[in-house]
Design a protein around this ligand. Structure first.
Ligand code: P6P
Length: 335
């Protein structure tokens, strides 16, 4: 049986080898992992834990919050505020930033997260997940404010997600490739189950919400239409479609076997660049995908090069197998 390497041991050894994980960052990542274990436990209880259903409140996005959205957000805040590694946090579920209270030491990192992505799937027992991104505080001594979070995705020092599905799996990058850790519930620890994750450059599988087809821009319509024409069409091969409506689950499939995920701009709300959020969904997922050899753009620009202007700004997302993402992006520049 292969040697079992825990998340802690992996992080310590990575810290020794390439110095990409300073002590404070390693502490932060271990605390986030422990918080994800707690969230996984709450998710797994489902109806037995009285955690399903709506919280009868709206988040900053104007979306109805599920009880588990709020529980997951509170777990992440409470787990991370006292450790001394963070200056502040930002969450899909909070209007403004969360500054670490003065009663705790302030650290040099910023943690951004979607505490429970895919909420519409919670009550129907379909995989959901936590997405997180870590930035460093800008080098000056003033207190943390929202502007400190508005950094390009290329500035991230760590990014990951935890998918709560048949297994609970933590997927992480600190800039030296992607590793996957599966939760051993008997031991209560995350165990390394894959490293050097690679996304195949080509694929026959696309993920998009087809019900929005009439609202898409022409480049997206062209790409999907060509896929649907199959062998007889310009692509010369048949495609398969998946749409779980839980970004974490759709991205995890792509990290595992390739594919292209698209949530593009559409005409329903033309003033919004897209549905998904840049800072705590597209940026962490975009970096993970790039670190695994894939690509991530908004159709015209690399996601990680986009300069954020608002904490909860949205973005069009096209990510996954590099040759497919490049094709869709090229259609945006020619049409
Ligand atoms: P739709 C979940 O609410 C989410 O933010 C992503 O996880 C997911 O990919 C997308 O929205 C699903 O959106 O419009 O298909 O329900």
């Amino acid at each position: 049986m292969a040697k079992r390497i825990s998340l802690t041991r992996y992080l310590v050894e990575q810290q020794r080898v390439d110095g990409l994980i300073p002590g404070q960052l390693r502490l932060l990542l271990e605390v986030v992992a422990r918080a994800c274990k707690s969230i996984s436990h709450a998710v797994n209880k489902g109806a037995l834990g009285g955690v399903l259903g709506s919280a009868d409140s709206e988040n900053v996005q104007g979306e109805m919050q599920k009880k588990l959205d709020i529980i997951a957000n509170e777990v992440l805040i409470e787990a991370n505020e006292w450790g001394g590694h963070l200056a502040g946090m930002a969450s899909e579920e909070m209007d403004g930033i969360y500054v670490v209270p003065n009663r705790y030491p302030q650290g040099e990192y910023l943690l951004l997260f979607d505490p429970l992505d895919g909420s519409s799937n919670i009550d129907v027992n379909v995989s959901i997940g936590t997405i997180f991104s870590v930035l460093k505080m800008p080098e000056d001594d003033r207190g943390v404010d929202a502007g400190d979070f508005l950094q390009k995705g290329s500035q991230q020092v760590a990014a990951g997600y935890c998918v709560y599905g048949p297994q609970t799996t933590l997927v992480l990058t600190v800039g030296d490739g992607v590793a996957m850790f599966t939760l051993d519930r008997e031991q209560g620890s995350f165990v390394l189950t894959q490293e050097n994750v690679r996304i195949p450059a080509d694929t026959k599988e696309f993920a998009i919400n087809m019900s929005n087809m009439r609202h898409w821009d022409e480049p997206v319509k062209r790409y999907i239409d060509e896929c649907l024409q199959g062998k007889e069409g310009p692509r010369g091969k048949d495609f398969n479609m998946r749409w779980i409506a839980s970004m974490v689950a759709d991205v995890h499939r792509i990290m595992t076997r390739g594919g292209i995920f698209m949530y593009p701009w559409d005409k329903r709300e033309p003033n919004k660049p897209g549905k998904l959020r840049l800072l705590y969904e597209a940026n962490p997922m975009g970096w993970l995908v790039e670190q695994a050899g894939g690509a991530a753009t908004n159709g015209r620009q690399r996601i990680l090069d986009i300069q954020p202007t608002q904490l909860h700004e949205r973005v069009s997302v096209i990510l996954g197998s590099k040759n497919e993402v490049d094709r869709v992006t090229s259609y945006h520049s020619t049409l």
